[in-house]
Every structure is written in C-alpha cells, then in structure tokens.
Design a binder for this molecule. Structure first.
Ligand code: MG
Length: 159
C-alpha cells in the first residue's frame, strides 16, 4: 500500500464561480485561479500523484499553459486516474477535508462524493468529504480563501 497527501489553497474573489468537487455552489464569491480553481480536486490530485510518486499537478498541468485556462478540474482528475492505473495502482479510499468559513458546505457533500466516485470509479464507502471552519482564524477564517487537504491510500491492482 502507498499513502499520499495533498494540500491546496485558492483565494476567494468576486466574479468567479465557486466550484468544489465539481459542484457549483451558490455564493457571492468564487475561487480564483487559472483553471476552475477547484481547491478540493486539486488537493485530491496531489494526494494521488504523491502516493504514486508521480510528482504534482503543477508538473502535469502547468498554470502558464493556456490549455488549462478555465479547465474543468474533474477532467484533469480523470487524466490523473489514467496515470495511476497505468502505474498499476488502484485507490483503496480517500478522505478530503475542505477548510472554509462560509458558505455551509454540508448540503453539497453527497453531490461532491458522487462526482468523485464517478470520475475515480469508486464506491461511496471509499470516498469521504468533510468540511470545517477554522473558527474565524487565519485566511480561511477571515474568508480570504479556501484550503483543502486530502489523504489517499493506493494498492497494487490485481491483474
Ligand atoms: Mg490549485
């Protein structure tokens, strides 16, 4: 088995959609970035790449490459899954934590899990999505941005 951890941060600003795990969430602010800035999927991809010793998403999808401007992070996740499978690994489980002061994310949690299951080819009991505030402390607490952590476990595929 191989463990991986991923971490990502994006700023919040006006005039952007808020997309987390591919779910568009109604909110006055959205995450800023070159792609759709889906901070949760970015942390997940880095956890997968980390577990497989395949580098990170900055290496795979450079943020100065116009090909990834406005990119749907779920499409990028599908490409990461291809690489994981090519290396002969499959996912045991993944556990994602989103750090956000607002909005309340629990109403969207199941839709987020379903998106991750669909793209990664997993069952619901292999995918956990959690959200927490940081008690108004730091940049997430002050509503300046959002962060996400993900851990995943990979195992060698049975062929
Ligand atoms: Mg990112």
């Amino acid at each position: 088995m191989r463990i991986g951890h991923g971490y990502d941060v994006h700023r919040l600003r006006e005039g952007r959609k808020l997309i987390l795990c591919g779910v568009e969430i109604p909110f006055s602010l959205g995450l800023d970035g070159h792609s759709d800035a889906d901070v949760a999927v970015h942390a997940l991809m880095d956890a997968l790449l980390g577990a497989a010793a395949l580098g990170d998403i900055g290496l795979l999808f450079p943020d100065n490459d116009p090909a990834y401007a406005g990119a749907d992070s779920l499409v990028l996740l599908a490409q990461v899954m291809e690489k994981i499978r090519e290396r002969g690994y499959e996912i045991c489980n993944l556990d994602l934590t989103i750090l956000a002061q607002r909005p309340k994310l629990s109403p969207y949690r199941e839709a987020m899990r379903e998106n991750l299951c669909r793209v990664c080819g997993l069952e619901m009991d292999q995918v956990n999505v959690k959200a927490t505030t940081e008690e108004k402390l730091g940049f997430t607490g002050q509503g300046l941005g959002m962060a996400a952590h993900c851990v995943c476990l990979l195992k060698e595929s049975v062929r």
